[in-house]
Write a protein that binds this ligand. Structure first.
Ligand code: 5GP
Ligand code: SF4
Ligand code: MG
Length: 466
């Protein structure tokens, strides 16, 4: 999901809408905005679909007055996929003795089921099926006398991955979980304004200056133009999601001071060194494979070319609700540049292989167009484990790499060769010169390694085995 918040501007809702639009790649299913205005109080609008189709509508925007606002774009994760209801769309709102508060959450709470059971037994009335709603009910049960303190109480009981943006009548609040699994950045907007966002690209769109990342385990409370930093959790070694570098974040964002584009290009260079092959063209699977393909081409000296053309008006295939639609999606979205491909040995670079549906379709299309050879190069290690921290991956059984060796995958996809970047190669590309520290990994890489930095409690209760 994508989250955004702003304070100290004349019409916060418009800024939030723009910020969410820049974060649309993080979730396309639905979006919501909450604002506060001293005369009109809290207002909210939650809609299915894209930001540009909802939050450009003047009659909606007119209902969101105020100088303080937050928003959320939703990308539903395991379980709720395809049957999201409008009541599941964030931000969530709670009324407390000291006033109202709204929260927007990116990530996934790994002990949400047990928290929900406990809260319901004690009288909480849930409005949604979302794990994020637990935070509001935990806040309601806290005895603290301010909303930031109640948030701290609540979040200390929550396990898993969370970047949260919250607002009260006067405050804009940002928090990252102790491992900092999901991103969150702070920006300055003009003389009086501040913004919080999942990624720096959302600061760029509103002309805000990047100030710094909210640190893992940190809570920032912005009020009256001042930013106060709190440390509500026990300090831990951070484990940022390495897959944000590979796929999830936008290439024009920076993560941990590194350009995502540069990192992806470095992944391509590593791949070219680890897995060279003689060929005529290097082609990305657009758009997610593009920077890595450029890196592969630069390192190998094999010309880069646009062998597959993407229809710009389709969403990301993966984010569509059912397998059936996803299967069609590849063809609706991508087409082979036949004149270029005919008779050529082609290296195709993509970011990841999950179920293998995309790669299989693309291989068919490329061979159909008369390619002489097809070599797949993948910018991440085999995805053999599901993510329980807010990136949607299917159940383990559906992951190609969970049941097949690399050679079996190659055969299944029907390509001349298939190679994945090594985990160490990926760590080098994100700036860890010595590769992965096996005793204490610098990132979360559970979907590749099976080493989960936070035990996926709810999943284990449901029978998931590590
Ligand atoms: P597959 O077709 O193998 O199931 O999915 C792989 C494709 O889905 C890749 O091209 C990748 O760009 C895209 N994708 C979209 N969202 C995700 C995600 O959340 N995780 C992964 N691993 N791939 C994703
Ligand atoms: Fe990121 Fe993978 Fe960890 Fe999920 S399991 S947080 S996708 S690295
Ligand atoms: Mg892709």
């Amino acid at each position: 999901c994508g989250i955004f918040g702003v304070t100290g501007v004349a019409d916060a809702a418009n800024f939030v809408a723009l910020g969410l639009h820049a974060l649309q790649h993080r979730g396309q299913e639905a979006g919501g905005i909450v604002t506060y205005d001293p005369e009109q109080g809290f207002n909210s609008a939650r809609r299915f679909g894209l930001v540009r189709d909802n939050f450009t509508n003047q009659s909606i925007m007119d209902t969101l007055p105020g100088a303080l606002g937050i928003g959320h774009v939703r990308y539903s994760t395991t379980g709720s996929k395809g049957n999201t209801q409008i009541r599941d769309v964030q931000p969530f709102f709670g009324e407390f003795s000291m006033g109202g508060a709204a929260i927007a959450h990116n990530g996934n709470i790994t002990n949400a089921d047990s928290l929900r059971r406990e809260l319901i037994e004690r009288g909480s009335i849930f409005q949604s099926s979302s794990d994020s709603e637990c935070i509001i009910h935990l806040m309601a049960r806290s005895l603290q006398t301010s909303i930031p303190e109640r948030m701290k109480d609540a979040l200390r009981r929550v396990e898993g991955a969370f970047s949260v943006i919250a607002m009260t009548r006067t405050k804009l609040i940002g928090v990252r979980d102790p491992l900092g699994v999901r991103p969150l950045v702070l920006g300055r907007l003009g003389e009086d304004g501040w913004a919080l966002a999942s990624e720096t690209c959302a600061l760029d769109i509103i002309g805000a200056q990047f100030v710094r990342e909210v640190e893992p385990g940190e809570m920032v409370v912005i009020e009256h133009d001042k930013v106060a930093s709190h440390r509500p959790f026990e300090a831990k070694r951070p484990r940022f999601c390495i897959f944000e570098h590979v796929y999830f974040s936008r290439p024009d964002s920076t993560l941990g001071g590194r350009s995502v584009y540069e990192t992806r290009s470095a992944i391509g260079r590593e791949l070219a060194i680890e897995a060279p092959v003689e060929a005529d063209l290097v082609c990305p699977v657009p758009d997610s494979g593009t920077p890595a393909a450029i890196g592969y081409s630069l390192e190998s000296g094999i010309p880069y070319a646009m062998g597959i053309i993407r229809n710009q008006y389709m969403g990301r295939t993966f984010i569509e609700p059912t397998e059936h639609i996803r299967n069609m999606g590849v063809r609706l979205k991508l087409n082979v540049n036949r004149a270029l491909i005919r008779g050529k040995r082609v290296i195709l670079v993509d970011d990841s292989v999950v179920r293998g549906t995309t790669s299989r379709k693309i291989k068919e299309m490329i061979l159909d167009a008369g390619a002489a050879e097809v070599h797949f190069r993948i910018a991440s290690p085999p995805t053999a484990w599901p993510c329980f921290y807010g990136v949607d991956t299917p159940q383990r059984e559906k992951l190609l790499a969970a049941t097949m060796s690399e050679e079996e995958m190659r055969e299944h996809l029907g390509v001349d060769s298939l190679r994945f970047i090594s985990l160490d190669g990926l760590y080098r590309a994100v700036g860890e010169a010595k590769g992965r520290d096996a005793d204490s990994p610098q990132y979360c890489d559970a979907c590749f390694s099976g080493e989960y930095p936070v035990a996926p409690k709810d999943q284990i209760d449901k029978g998931f085995t590590l």
